[in-house]
Ligand binder design. Structure first.
Ligand code: NDP
Ligand code: 8X3
Length: 257
């Protein structure tokens, strides 16, 4: 394990779930953290916990990754001492609905594409030139099993995660010959607020996603993200597909009745 102490790490979607767990796990490694999301109050809760436990330096960015101008301005106006980003975790993302495409809500499609694909691109475009200039950096994209396998009703969400996978591959080619690494961490079912967001607060429906199975936890994923970030410089964890033991594919989940 290589030390990343004192490095600066940006995590998008750090107000909840996998992103919030990543923030805590990275804080343990002694990094400075830039935590980004739309809900400042939730970011503040994560930041307070981290500062108390690890005395970490934390900078909060209230930003909607779908808004290109907002993303550019947020990163361009970082104080000088926060500008040299070493690690970017592109985690902000969401699903909306689980409808057949022929019945799909187009607004849901826009939201998923704008967040999961365009948002990731805007953030990466803002931070990658600095990494290239400094000849140092690591981008870790949170993909999904949904980028490898479709499932009924997953249509547009799966397409966005397939796009994330393609972007990780493409980025590795564009960075060929540089020491900058690109990793894709692609989880299966993780119990977070994800399903609540997908089903717009229908908690009963959301609970059923995890019922009778033992899902992954956000900490399971955060540990893997930090593992990727702490490999020696000759090692790039290119793609990690991580599933709950109870999950064999996007559609095969072992549930106890
Ligand atoms: P959560 O709903 O718990 O967290 C999603 C995070 O994304 C929140 O912090 C949210 O913050 C942020 N976010 C959403 N939209 C935006 C936006 N427009 N601008 C900025 N931040 C935004 O879900 P997860 O932790 O599960 O999801 C994290 C990532 O993991 C997503 O990319 C998801 O697709 C992926 N994933 C999840 C799996 C699962 O089973 N849970 C499995 C595989 C991948 P805020 O609302 O404050 O803006
Ligand atoms: C989240 C996991 O299977 O609900 O990406 O798409 S899944």
């Amino acid at each position: 394990m290589v030390s990343i102490e004192k490095q600066t790490v940006v995590i998008t979607g750090a107000s909840s779930g996998i992103g919030a767990s990543c923030a805590k796990m990275f804080a343990k490694e002694g990094v400075s953290l830039i935590l980004a999301a739309r809900r400042r109050d939730k970011l503040e809760v994560v930041a307070t916990e981290i500062k108390q436990a690890y005395q970490s330096k934390v900078y909060l960015l209230e930003v909607d990754v779908r808004e290109r101008g907002e993303v550019e301005k947020s990163f361009a106006s970082l104080p000088e001492s926060w500008r040299n980003i070493d690690i970017l975790v592109n985690n902000a993302g969401l699903s909306r609905g689980l409808d057949k495409l022929q019945e799909g809500d187009i607004q849901n499609w826009e939201e998923m594409i704008d967040t999961n694909v365009k948002g990731l691109l805007y953030v990466t475009r803002s931070l990658l030139p600095g990494m290239v200039e400094r000849n140092q950096g690591h981008i870790i994209n949170i993909g999904s099993i949904a980028g490898h396998q479709n499932y009924p009703g997953g249509n547009v969400y799966c397409a966005t995660k397939a796009a994330v996978r393609a972007l990780s591959e493409g980025l590795k080619m564009d960075l060929f010959g540089t020491p900058i690494r690109v990793s894709s961490v692609d989880p299966g079912t993780v119990e977070t607020n994800f399903s609540n967001v997908r089903f717009r607060g229908d908690t009963e429906k959301a609970k059923r996603v995890y019922q009778g199975m033992n899902p992954l936890t956000p900490d399971d994923i955060a540990e893997i993200v930090v593992f990727c970030a702490t490999r020696p410089s000759n090692v790039n964890m290119s793609e990690v597909l991580v599933l709950a033991t109870d999950q064999s594919s996007a559609t095969m989940v072992n549930r106890q009745k």
